[in-house]
Design a protein around this ligand. Sequence first.
Ligand code: SF4
Length: 77
Amino acid sequence: MLTEAAYLLDQAGIKTMIYNHQLCLIEPPAWSFSVKSISDWKNGYHPECASCAVAERCGGFFTSAKYKASKHIKAIA
Ligand code: SF4
């Protein structure tokens, strides 16, 4: 649904960006819309992220939300 919405907006000429989202929770076709936007000082990663191949381009998490994360966070090989 998010992927379709992003492409729909993009094709309509609307600058489309997905902010503050973890790549493993969105479909790879939507990754090109994902923006790494959390400031370094408040950006953190889940322990699962240590072995993730796309951590460099993933938005990660707000450190203030470290006690809450989706159970679907999964490192990408
Ligand atoms: S495992 Fe972590 S670094 Fe990898 S996509 Fe998910 S949230 Fe991002």
